[in-house]
Design a protein around this ligand. Structure first.
Ligand code: NAD
Ligand code: TYD
Length: 335
C-alpha cells in the first residue's frame, strides 16, 4: 500500500500502528486523522518520521474531513473511538457520536471514494462475559456496557455496508492491549504511575476479573495482516493468550516496581463488571499470525517505559486528568 489512513492515529494503539507502518514499510505514506480528544496526544507520535506521515486534526464523524483524509489512500485502519468503559458508564453520548456515527461517516466516504480496504478495529468486549471457554467470531454479540454496545453497533454498520454496498470491510476484535503510551485511565498505566508515586492501586471488587492481555505491537501486526490479507466481510479475533486475574496483574506490577503489597486497595466494583473475556484466535492464526511478545517481557518493557518516560505521563496526570481521577476515585479511596 502506498498511502494509508489511520484514524485515531494519535491515540494509544493508533499511534503504535503509525510507527509500526513506517518501520515496516519504508515506502508507505501514512495519513493520521485524529480529533485530539482527551486521550489523543501528539506526543505519542514523537518517534514517527514527520516526512513520512501527514497529520490531520479532525472528527471522523465529519464527512468533509474524512473525504479529505481518505483521498488517495489504498486503505484505512479505523482506530478512532471513545475507548474507556468507566467513562461510558457516566454518559455515552460521545461514544455514540464517534463509535457509531463516526463509523457510518467513514463507511459512506470509503464507498464514495472506492477505498479498497476498510478495517474497523473492534474489541473482544462486544461478546460480553464468558465463564469458561472462549468466543469464536460467529458467537452472538452481547455487549454489557455502553462502550461495548457502541463498538458492536459500529461493527454492525460495517457488516451492513459490506452486504449492501459490497464495501471491502474487515473487522478485528482485539483483547485488552497494553504497552507504552497508553493513557493512564486504563488499569495498567494507572496502577504503574500511581505506584511510582506511592499512591494506591484501586482494584475493583475482589480482583478476580479476568482479562486476556495482548502487547500493543502484536495487536498492530495482527491488524496489519488482516488489512492486507484478510477476506472482506470477515471478522478476526486477536487474542493475547495471556489470561490473568486483575489481582495477578497488580501483583506482577508490584514485583517489577519493587513496591509493597499494601498499595493494592480493594474498592467498590465497577457496575456490571464483566467477569471474564476470552476469545479464540484460530482463524487469525490460519492467516499466519503469531504474537511475538511474551507476557513477562511485555510487562517488563511496559513498566520500564513508564519509569523512563515520566515527562509523558506527568504532563497528562497533572492536567485535565486530575479532575477525572478525583471524580472517579476519590469517593472509592476515601478512608
Ligand atoms: P485511545 O483512547 O488511546 O485512542 C483513541 C483515539 O481516537 C484518540 O487519539 C482520540 O483523540 C481519537 N478520537 C476519538 N474520537 C475521535 C473522533 N470523533 N474523530 C477522530 N479521532 C477521534 O484508545 P486505544 O486504546 O488506542 O483504542 C483504539 C481502538 O482500539 C479503539 O477503537 C478501541 O475500541 C480499540 N481497542 C482497544 C483495546 C484496548 O485494550 N485499548 C482493545 C481492543 C480494541
Ligand atoms: P480497563 O483497563 O478499564 O479495560 P476494560 O474494562 O476495557 O477491560 O480495565 C481492565 C480491568 O481492570 C477491568 O477488569 C477493570 C479493572 N480495573 C480496576 O480494577 N481498577 C481500575 O482502576 C481500572 C481502571 C480497571
Amino acid at each position: 500500500m502506498k498511502r494509508i489512513l489511520v484514524t485515531g492515529g494519535a491515540g494509544f494503539i493508533g499511534s503504535a500502528f503509525v510507527r509500526w507502518q513506517l518501520r515496516r514499510y519504508p515506502t508507505t505514506h501514512v495519513v493520521a486523522l485524529d480529533k485530539l480528544t482527551y486521550s489523543g496526544n501528539r506526543d505519542n507520535l514523537k518517534d514517527a518520521d514527520p516526512q513520512r506521515y501527514t497529520f490531520i486534526r479532525g472528527d471522523v464523524a465529519d464527512p468533509e474531513t474524512v473525504a479529505r483524509a481518505l483521498d488517495g489512500c489504498d486503505g484505512v485502519a479505523h482506530f478512532a473511538a471513545e475507548s474507556h468503559v468507566d467513562r461510558s458508564l457516566v454518559g455515552a453520548a460521545d461514544f455514540i457520536a464517534t463509535n457509531v456515527s463516526g463509523v457510518n461517516t467513514l463507511l459512506e466516504q470509503a464507498v464514495a471514494l472506492g477505498t479498497k480496504r476498510v478495517l474497523l478495529v473492534s474489541t473482544d468486549e462486544v461478546y460480553g462475559s464468558i465463564e469458561t471457554g472462549a468466543f469464536s467470531e460467529d458467537a452472538p454479540l452481547k455487549p454489557r456496557n455502553p462502550y461495548a454496545a457502541s463498538k458492536a453497533a459500529g461493527e454492525l454498520f460495517g457488516a451492513a455496508f459490506h452486504a449492501s454496498h459490497n464495501a471491502p470491510v474487515l473487522i478485528t476484535r482485539g483483547s485488552n492491549t497494553y504497552g507504552p503510551f497508553q493513557y493512564p485511565e486504563k488499569v495498567l498505566p494507572l496502577f504503574i504511575t500511581n505506584a511510582l508515586d506511592g499512591l494506591p492501586m484501586p482494584l475493583y471488587g475482589d480482583g478476580g476479573n479476568v482479562r486476556d492481555w495482548l502487547f500493543v505491537d502484536d495487536h498492530c501486526s495482527a491488524i496489519d495482516l488482516v488489512l492486507r490479507k484478510g477476506t472482506p466481510g470477515e471478522t478476526y479475533n486477536i487474542a493475547g493468550r495471556n489470561e490473568k486475574q486483575n489481582i495477578e496483574v497488580a501483583r506482577t506490577l508490584l514485583q517489577l516496581l519493587q513496591a509493597p503489597e499494601s498499595l493494592i486497595r480493594h474498592v467498590r466494583d465497577r457496575i456490571g463488571h464483566d467477569r471474564r473475556y476470552a476469545i479464540n484466535d484460530e482463524k487469525l492464526r490460519a492467516l499466519g499470525w503469531r504474537p511475538k511478545t511474551r507476557w513477562e517481557e511485555g510487562m517488563a518493557e511496559t513498566v520500564r517505559w513508564y519509569q523512563e518516560n515520566e515527562w509523558w505521563w506527568r504532563k497528562i496526570k497533572s492536567g485535565a486528568f486530575k479532575e477525572y481521577y478525583a471524580r472517579q476515585y476519590d469517593h472509592l479511596l476515601d478512608g
